[in-house]
Design a protein around this ligand. Sequence first.
Ligand SMILES: Cc1cc2nc3c(=O)[nH]c(=O)nc-3n(C[C@H](O)[C@H](O)[C@H](O)COP(=O)(O)OP(=O)(O)OC[C@H]3O[C@@H](n4cnc5c(N)ncnc54)[C@H](O)[C@@H]3O)c2cc1C
Ligand code: SF4
Ligand code: SF4
Length: 395
Amino acid sequence: MRQTVRPSKAECTGCGACASICPKNAITMQPDAEGFCYPVVDPALCISCDLCEKRCPVGAAHEAHSVQAFGAQHKDAAVRAASSSGGVFTALARGMFARGGVVFGAAFDDCLHVEHIGAMDESELAGMRGSKYVQSDAADAIANAAALLSRGIPVLFSGTPCQIDGLLARVRGKEREKLLTVDFVCHGVPSPGVFASYIESLERAHGQRVVAYAFRDKRLGWKNFSSVATLEDGTQLSGTQTDEPFLYGFLQNLYLRPSCTQCSQLRGARHLADLTIADLWGAQDVCPERDDDTGLSLVMVNTQKGRQALREAERELTVFPMRTDALLRYNPSLEQTATAHPKRQRFFAMYAKRGFDGERVMKLLASPGRAERIARRIAHLPAGALRRARALIRH
Ligand SMILES: Cc1cc2nc3c(=O)[nH]c(=O)nc-3n(C[C@H](O)[C@H](O)[C@H](O)COP(=O)(O)OP(=O)(O)OC[C@H]3O[C@@H](n4cnc5c(N)ncnc54)[C@H](O)[C@@H]3O)c2cc1C
Ligand code: SF4
Ligand code: SF4
């Protein structure tokens, strides 16, 4: 009897497709010690049909396809302010509502847990706007989207490239006809357990609940974004990419999911979604005349269906052609997978003992590692000693 789906944890993206495919509901997604969810099989229910493993999308090689790239910005300044980049997602979602469809995307629940939900109108869309730098729980949404499509209801599903991979493992053949998929250029996802522990640390320090959280507050500008935690009494705690511990740890790859360092098949011209959206980082150099620092999106069109959806959304957007090769040095995630921070293990050892401690995280990231300490010492040696040290290292 199987206990999980993938023998190697490093491969599993946690997309949840296996849980939604199992005909006996024998699979649940459960958090490990790092706070990431993995499938766990109930041996009492498993009938060894192996459908979970057969349909798991991990490891498949994806063919590169031709990509048309555009820069885009929503015409409404309020939409741009509430969105992470240029607000393209909102224009696409409204196109889906106009067709009578349902939009799936990631939103916070009341406990600041990030999960995928379905929206049928504008009021339900608001919570989906804005990037949440935490892995979203999408297993139920994949099952719900599949059920709607089987009844002929159009669906827009937006998520990480691996969530789209999981959705496409679940939805096949004719049922894909009314499905529009939107993914993004993906740096990787931090642990939901670490984020929950970080929120608890803020609540302990301030003696009240955190009622809202934004990772991409644009009050300091789109490029200099900051995160803002709102407390019950309305106090706002904000920090920038360099001084707010959770955001800083995320950008330093301190607590990304292990699979995020292995997903080269979901980048560049290999995205499976109809459309891939991203921040148009580098706009100040590549298209300065378009950059007002309120947010610009990069849109990569991967399929005909995607091209048609973008054309319909152009009513709400300013769209202009763009070359992605010029953007690679500003947005490495376009082509490269993240490398885990060398102190990732030390962080999780610390996390196991005391949970998320912002001060210790900043100290951990500030202090040099062993290799760096040795390199610094060598650099300060006098020339003769330096030659002897190098000779010693070579032997
Ligand atoms: C974890 C993560 C890493 C990213 N890394 C990069 C990067 O390296 N380079 C880059 O250019 N862009 C990256 N992005 C994408 C970028 O931040 C914007 O989300 C994207 O440009 C869309 O912006 P928008 O203004 O069109 O839409 P917005 O209105 O900001 O819409 C956000 C969309 O993202 C979805 N979303 C938000 N959080 C999550 C989540 N945790 N899991 C799944 N879906 C989510 C929502 O459902 C919504 O559809 C990342 C986003 C996330 C969530
Ligand atoms: S289907 Fe998704 S969650 Fe299940 S084992 Fe494969 S990658 Fe992991
Ligand atoms: S980096 Fe890759 S594995 Fe990680 S969330 Fe993004 S698409 Fe999935």
